[in-house]
Design a protein around this ligand. Structure first.
Ligand SMILES: *[C@@H]1O[C@H](CO)[C@@H](O)[C@H](O)[C@H]1NC(C)=O
Ligand SMILES: *[C@@H]1O[C@H](CO)[C@@H](O)[C@H](O)[C@H]1NC(C)=O
Ligand SMILES: *[C@@H]1O[C@H](CO)[C@@H](O)[C@H](O)[C@H]1NC(C)=O
Ligand SMILES: *[C@@H]1O[C@H](CO)[C@@H](O)[C@H](O)[C@H]1NC(C)=O
Ligand SMILES: *[C@@H]1O[C@H](CO)[C@@H](O)[C@H](O)[C@H]1NC(C)=O
Ligand SMILES: *[C@@H]1O[C@H](CO)[C@@H](O)[C@H](O)[C@H]1NC(C)=O
Length: 251
C-alpha cells in the first residue's frame, strides 16, 4: 500500500476503523470491528490482521455490497465480514482466544477488474486487540541514572551528555507508550524507545525501556528533574505511571 497514491489522486479517502484504537477483551467473548470510508467508487474492502511485527494476513474480502468472503485459513464460523453498504463493513470475531490478539486493519480500493494498474488500497489506522491471557497489571517504572563509567569516559568537551534509562516492567498487556519530561517540558529529541515491549514467556508480563540523552549541565544541576511517564491502557482507560529523578552533582 502506497501513500504516494493518495497524494497523486488529489483527494483523501477517509478510512475509519472502529473508533476505538485499542481493545482489551476476555477470552470466549466476541468483538465486532467497524470500518467506513467516504468514496462510493471504492468497491473492494479488506480486513487484515497483523501479529507481532509480522506480515499482514488477509482475513476477509468484499467485492461489493452484501458480498463477502472469509479467506483461508480463517473460517467463516469465526471471522464474519459484513458489507451492508459500499462505504461500510464490519468484521466479527467469535470465541476469542489469545491467538486472535493482533492489530486489525481495514482497507479499501477501486475494483481491480477495472484493470487500472496499481490502484492502491488505502488503510485505516488499525485497532490493536488483546485477548487476555493474564490479569491486567500496571507497569512499575524506574529510572536508572547514568553509569559513572559513562560520565568518566566523556573526555571530549563537546560531548558532555549522559544517558538515563527508563525501565517499565511487570505489566500486562502491552498497550503502552513511553514519554519523557525534563524540568516539566516534554522532550522527544535525543529519546530512543524500544520499538515493542518484550514478553517474559513464563510470567507473561512485559517490559520495555527508553533512553534519553541529557547534557551534563542539566544532569549536574540538583534542581533538574527528569520524569519518565508510561501511559498504560487497561481496557477502560489510559493510566499514567510516572517516576522522576533529580539531577546529581558530580560523582
Ligand atoms: C489516524 O491516525 C492519525 C495519526 O495518529 C490521526 O491524525 C488521524 O486522525 C487518525 N485517523 C482516524 C480516522 O482515526
Ligand atoms: C464511535 O462511532 C459511533 C458510530 O460511528 C458513534 O456513535 C460514537 O459516538 C463514536 N464514539 C466515539 C468515542 O467517537
Ligand atoms: C463459540 O461459543 C459459543 C457460545 O458462546 C458456543 O456455542 C460455540 O460452540 C463456540 N464455537 C466454537 C467453534 O467453539
Ligand atoms: C488473576 O487475579 C485473580 C484475583 O486477583 C487470581 O485469583 C487469579 O489467579 C489471577 N489470574 C492469573 C492468570 O494470574
Ligand atoms: C544543555 O541544555 C540546556 C537546556 O536543557 C541548554 O540551555 C544548554 O544550552 C545545553 N548545554 C549544552 C552544552 O548543550
Ligand atoms: C499521561 O501522560 C501523557 C504523556 O505525558 C499526557 O499527554 C497525558 O495528558 C497524561 N494523562 C493524564 C490523565 O494525566
Amino acid at each position: 500500500f502506497n501513500i504516494m497514491g493518495l497524494l497523486c489522486l488529489g483527494f483523501i479517502l477517509l478510512l475509519v476503523i472502529s473508533n476505538k484504537t485499542q481493545l482489551i477483551i476476555q477470552r470466549d467473548k466476541q468483538v465486532t470491528l467497524k470500518c467506513n470510508h467516504d468514496d462510493g467508487s471504492y468497491y473492494y474492502m479488506y480486513w487484515y490482521r497483523q501479529r507481532g511485527q509480522g506480515e499482514l494476513s488477509l482475513v476477509a474480502i468484499s467485492l461489493g455490497k452484501d458480498t463477502e468472503e472469509t479467506v483461508a485459513p480463517f473460517t467463516v464460523t469465526k471471522h464474519i465480514m459484513k458489507r451492508p453498504e459500499i462505504k461500510e463493513s464490519s468484521l466479527e470475531i467469535k470465541n476469542l482466544t489469545e491467538e486472535d490478539s493482533g492489530i486489525y486493519f481495514c482497507a479499501s480500493s477501486i475494483a481491480q477488474y477495472l484493470n487500472l494498474a496499481n490502484y492502491p488500497a488505502y488503510f485505516g489506522n488499525g485497532t490493536k486487540l488483546t485477548v487476555l491471557a493474564a490479569n491486567v497489571t500496571l507497569p512499575k517504572v524506574k529510572i536508572l541514572p547514568p553509569s559513572p563509567k559513562e560520565i568518566c569516559s566523556q573526555d571530549k568537551i563537546n560531548d558532555k551528555r549522559s544517558t538515563l534509562v527508563c525501565v517499565a516492567s511487570g505489566f500486562y498487556p502491552d498497550h503502552v507508550s513511553v514519554s519523557w519530561k525534563v524540568n516539566g517540558v516534554a522532550r522527544q529529541d535525543s529519546v530512543s524507545t524500544d520499538t515493542s515491549a518484550q514478553q517474559d514467556k513464563t510470567t507473561l508480563m512485559y517490559h520495555i525501556s527508553s533512553r534519553i540523552k541529557v547534557n551534563d549541565t542539566d544532569w549536574m544541576d540538583l534542581k533538574s528533574s527528569f520524569a519518565c511517564t508510561v501511559q498504560f491502557f487497561n481496557g477502560d482507560e489510559y493510566v499514567n505511571v510516572t517516576n522522576t529523578i533529580n539531577g546529581q552533582k558530580g560523582l
